[in-house]
Write a protein that binds this ligand. Structure first.
Ligand SMILES: NC(=O)c1ccc[n+]([C@@H]2O[C@H](COP(=O)([O-])OP(=O)(O)OC[C@H]3O[C@@H](n4cnc5c(N)ncnc54)[C@H](OP(=O)(O)O)[C@@H]3O)[C@@H](O)[C@H]2O)c1
Length: 182
């Protein structure tokens, strides 16, 4: 099933996922501060220049994307702050036709000394009846005696796998043992 997909932060580590969605027939709206520069080099995308930390501008940008390309059936968001997910969630899906929101979270979400990170993230999307919320946690890779962070291809591939499997919570790589993280 394809339709309108929104990818916030899609010009960085999620760029391979964006290209795959386009290849699968999705109409992709990409939001980043310099989205237009990115989409000039990438066919098949619509870019929206916006800072997601400006909630009003971010909301209006998502409304424009939805008006232009139709209801958001799939959203992927990678943010450095907790607030923007609450702007995305109410704009995902439509009455009678829910959409899915895959929220990508950094490794800190797996830090046992902060056990409520995932629950707090989930609370930011409460009250959005058409949004089916999913979480994807970025881990790391154990290699030989050490560990390394995920590559962009691993992150994008893991997000696509989470979408294909429709997992409510998935981890890319590992998050244990926590003390082994790079
Ligand atoms: N556990 C892990 O393995 C892990 C976890 C996190 C990060 N990393 C690595 O760390 C690297 C750096 O991470 P990164 O956070 O810079 O990710 P990134 O995905 O490489 O880049 C951030 C993305 O978000 C956009 N963006 C950033 N701030 C924004 C804002 N205020 N408003 C709108 N869009 C915004 C950027 O575009 P604009 O600059 O045009 O806005 C870009 O598309 C990644 O490339 C990844 O490899 C690894």
């Amino acid at each position: 099933m394809a339709g309108h997909a929104l990818v916030v932060g899609g010009s960085g580590m999620l760029a391979p996922a964006v290209r795959s969605l386009v290849a699968r027939g999705w109409r992709v709206s990409l939001v980043a501060r310099r989205a237009s520069a990115f989409v000039r080099r990438e066919p098949g995308l619509v870019g929206y220049d916006c800072n997601y930390n400006d909630a009003d501008a971010f909301g209006s940008t998502l409304d424009r994307a939805r008006d232009g390309e139709g209801p958001i059936a799939l959203a992927i968001g990678w943010f450095h702050t907790p607030g923007p997910s609450s702007v995305v969630a109410p704009r995902v899906g439509a009455p009678g036709s829910p959409g899915r929101f895959f929220h990508v979270l950094g490794s800190a979400a797996a830090d046992q000394s902060q056990p409520d990170v995932l629950a707090r993230a989930a609370r930011t999307v409460e009250g959005a009846p058409s949004c089916l919320y999913r979480q994807v946690v970025l881990g790391f890779v154990l290699e030989g005696e050490g560990a390394r962070w995920l590559t962009h291809d691993e992150i994008s591939g893991g997000v696509l796998k989470a979408i294909d499997e429709d997992a409510s919570l998935s981890t890319i790589g590992v998050t244990r043992p926590w003390s082994a993280r790079p």
